[in-house]
Design a protein around this ligand. Structure first.
Ligand SMILES: Nc1nc2c(ncn2[C@@H]2O[C@H](COP(=O)(O)OP(=O)(O)OP(=O)(O)O)[C@@H](O)[C@H]2O)c(=O)[nH]1
Ligand SMILES: [Mg+2]
Length: 183
């Protein structure tokens, strides 16, 4: 049995808290506070410290941590980054600067992405359909030229879609570990 620590990163409103709630089999521990910048992203609350959930992908146990989207809380990133084995970057298609966010997150977590694994999920495609997928693939290639970073369109509210994203990340991590262990 393996234990995987997976981080969810991305801008405010990308769907990190929603995704962890869709996936988790335990009641999610969340630290929501009133959104003091409702003009920036129109939702009533935002994560201030982290979200935590768990899913048992028999035989593996997966711990899911959501990192706050607001940059002033980024001291939390350092603590979690070292324990993590995989990264799910979420970005919402209706964000004004989705590529900038993907660039920032992949740069901040480049060591984790290289050591473990990374996938990108683009949420809220139903709200704004764009050619953003190709642009995000190009952004990921620019930051991490030595690896192929999968990019999926997902609805963070949909358990099956989030499960597919998570399973593809875990398969990626396992493949790398198997290759690293091979003689
Ligand atoms: N229509 C639509 N709504 C979505 C989709 N994915 C997520 N949402 C909604 O978008 C919002 C995302 O909010 P959160 O999950 O709080 O976002 P977050 O990334 O945790 O944001 P912070 O904690 O503030 O950084 C929620 O209201 C979700 O229901 C999608 O694919 N389509
Ligand atoms: Mg949140």
């Amino acid at each position: 049995m393996a234990e995987y620590v997976i981080l969810f990163a991305g801008p405010m409103g990308a769907g990190k808290t929603t995704a962890i709630r869709s996936l988790s089999e335990i009641e999610v521990v969340s630290t929501e506070a009133a959104n003091s910048e409702p003009g920036a992203v129109d939702k009533p609350t935002t994560t201030v410290a982290m979200d935590y959930g768990e899913i048992d992908l028999d035989p593996d146990m997966v711990r899911l941590y959501g990192i706050p989207g607001q940059e002033r809380f980024d001291f939390m990133w350092d603590i979690l980054r070292e324990r993590a084995m995989g990264l799910i970057v979420l970005v919402n298609a209706d964000d004004p600067e989705p590529e900038r966010h993907v660039h920032e997150q992949l740069t901040a977590f480049a060591e984790l992405a290289t050591r473990g694994g990374v996938v990108v999920g683009v949420t809220r495609y139903d709200i704004q359909r764009t050619d953003i997928g190709d642009r995000i693939v190009a952004t990921a290639r620019a930051v991490l030229p030595d690896r192929v970073t999968p990019v999926f369109a997902v609805d963070a509210r949909d358990q099956e879609q989030m499960r597919t994203l998570l399973l593809s990340l875990i398969a990626d991590i396992e493949t790398r570990h198997a290759l690293a262990a091979a003689p």
